[in-house]
Design a protein around this ligand. Structure first.
Ligand SMILES: [Zn+2]
Length: 321
């Protein structure tokens, strides 16, 4: 059972959980989120209140805990339970379902869903530089994800949706031996692919793609652009192949089918961030479950996802269908 690995004290004891998160987020001691005053001006509040981790800033008289300004703010869930869910999401290759989290925490499905969405936000690796570089190989490819038309409610079926139509298109850019970055895209045209490659792919890299027309023009800007013609039953030609990105898609699809079943298009980008995060910080890159959870913890700052924001995204998605 997965819970057996959760033996560390910070998974069970609230004081220890605060200490763990404070060490991660305040490596040089507590910082006031309101005025920025550091360690020397901050006191610990005990006695009158039982709130764990409560601090007081003597510079601006603000009281706060390490939860302020993170995905943990505005949540009534004890921090040690947050840490359990973060650990499980980081340790399981295919992800953790909302129902698993709901059972584990004995909370509502709504709470469990909101919790996992916030953790996915923490995993999203913001504006880090482009992938690849001189002497490096990037593979780019697209795949379809989403439920089959025949499994939808009768009223929601669209007879025109056959094959890939009606499913979401995912584009993934991957460094051989390195990181992955995925995007939910509306179509596979040059106009859609160019901004993604502009933002995320170093032109000094070699780019491996299929023969899709969307790559032709932008591909010429790379140090080298090679195409694998799957239509000609060609899969490997020397170092020209797309097996790495296809392996990534296999994990993504097993996860989406096996764990998440159906993902609303409005939230697909967060699931992609979760799969990218685990892939980019995988065992083969020397990162174990514990250090991966530590990295996710570094992402909790400034990533608050309010219920209101999530609901309006849901509505926008429903209106678009
Ligand atoms: Zn202050």
């Amino acid at each position: 059972m997965a819970n057996a690995v959760l033996t560390a004290l910070h998974f069970h004891n609230e004081e220890a959980a605060f200490a763990h998160v404070e060490t991660a987020l305040w490596p040089n001691g507590p910082v006031c989120p309101k005025c920025g005053a550091a360690d020397a001006h901050i006191g610990r509040l005990t006695g009158k209140t039982n709130r764990t981790g409560l601090r007081k800033c003597y510079a601006c008289r603000n009281t706060f805990t390490v939860r302020v300004g993170t995905i943990f703010e505005d949540s009534h869930l004890p921090l040690h339970l947050w840490l359990q869910v973060i650990h499980l999401m980081c340790a399981s290759k295919k992800g953790v379902s909302t129902r698993q989290v709901q059972r584990m925490l004995q909370c509502s499905m709504k709470t469990a869903w909101h919790l996992t969405q916030r953790i996915r936000e923490a995993m999203a690796d913001g504006a880090l530089g482009p992938l690849g570089g001189e002497g490096m190989v990037l593979e780019a490819d697209t795949t379809f994800v989403g439920g089959k038309e025949k499994n939808k409610h009768l009223g929601k079926r669209n007879p025109k949706n056959i094959g890939g139509a009606g499913k979401a298109i995912v584009h993934t850019l991957i460094e051989r031996g390195g990181r992955a970055r995925s995007h939910h895209i509306p179509n596979v045209t040059g106009a859609t692919l160019r901004p993604i490659l502009n933002a995320h792919a170093s032109r000094a890299s070699a780019l491996m793609t299929d023969t899709h027309g969307g790559y032709h023009q932008v591909g010429q800007e790379f140090a080298r652009h090679e195409m694998v013609d799957h239509g000609q039953d060609e899969y490997v030609r020397g170092d020209v192949y797309s097996n790495t990105v296809e392996g990534y898609f296999a994990i993504l699809k097993r996860g989406i089918i096996g764990v998440y079943h159906h993902i609303s298009e409005a939230h697909l980008h967060r699931y992609l961030a979760e799969f990218d995060f685990r892939y980019s910080n995988r065992e083969a890159c020397g990162i174990n479950d514990l250090s991966r959870a530590g990295l996710a913890l570094q992402g909790v700052k400034g990533k608050r996802l309010t219920s209101k924001k999530a609901r309006s995204a849901e509505r926008a998605s429903a209106a678009a269908h």
